[in-house]
Design a binder for this molecule. Structure first.
Ligand code: PGA
Length: 233
């Protein structure tokens, strides 16, 4: 893992943007994208740049079960507002959290990933070490599936909803096995509440109890962290 320490999320967003730009110059065509607070500064850099994404494909990590694109808390809506409305891509994929047959939708999503191998995968990390919505205990070779969110994740994401009861308890998430197929992975983390997860990911044993720890085995991972997230290293 290459670790890059930055002053703050703004600087982190700029670093990640430079890497994406370089990747695209070298032929990257598919970006694996993430939601949450962490990638927002990266998306700001992308939308304010003059880089053209109209030949690019994006594949997002996850979506809440029960929410569709017209729901403001859906990840499809988040991505449209933060990035795609301002920077059109050739095609953008986000799991369908409202599919009648969620199992079939997961299978379809795996086919999409297979047909569009991810060149650069953007990741945040949960306070419990999750990547995507792959919570502690998730299999390292998992594919897209419906997952139960842990209490820690529900609490952490409550800030985006009016009430705790409004936070969905399930999500569709790309699996860890699929995430690991990304040719290059850029994981960003900012703030003290990520310090334990960052320590476990980098210095801890590789264990499903700390999902991000499997990234130690990937050949091309760049970790962008601020001092607070790095404080326990
Ligand atoms: P955050 O979420 O960027 O909103 O902190 C990251 C995650 O849960 O993966």
């Amino acid at each position: 893992m290459e670790i890059i320490r930055v002053k703050n999320a703004e600087e982190g967003g700029k670093k990640a943007f430079e890497m994406i730009k370089k990747g695209m110059e070298n032929g990257a065509k598919v970006l694996g994208l993430a939601t949450g607070s962490t990638p927002m500064t990266l998306y700001k850099e992308m939308t304010s740049s003059d880089l053209d994404f109209s030949d690019m494909t994006s594949i997002n990590l996850d979506e809440y079960v029960g929410l569709g694109g017209s729901d403001e808390q859906s990840y499809r809506h988040f991505m449209d507002v933060q990035l795609f409305d301002k920077k059109p891509f050739k095609e953008t994929y986000v799991p369908n959290g409202k599919a009648d047959d969620l199992e079939a939708a997961c299978h379809t999503y795996d086919q999409i990933i297979e047909e569009h191998p991810i060149d650069i995968q953007i990741l945040g990390i949960g306070q419990n070490g999750h990547i995507g919505f792959n919570e502690p205990g998730a299999s390292f070779d998992g594919t897209t599936s419906v997952v139960d969110l842990t209490e820690s994740t529900i609490n952490a994401n409550q800030r985006f909803f009016e009430k705790a009861e409004d936070v969905p308890t399930k999500a569709v998430s790309m699996g860890i096995g699929s995430i690991l197929k990304g040719k290059e992975i850029i994981l960003m983390a900012y703030g003290e509440n990520k310090a334990d997860a960052i320590k476990g990911m980098i210095d801890g044993p590789i264990t499903p109890e700390m999902p991000a720890s499997i990234l130690q085995k990937h050949e091309n991972v760049i970790v962008i962290i601020d001092e607070a997230a790095a404080s326990k290293l």
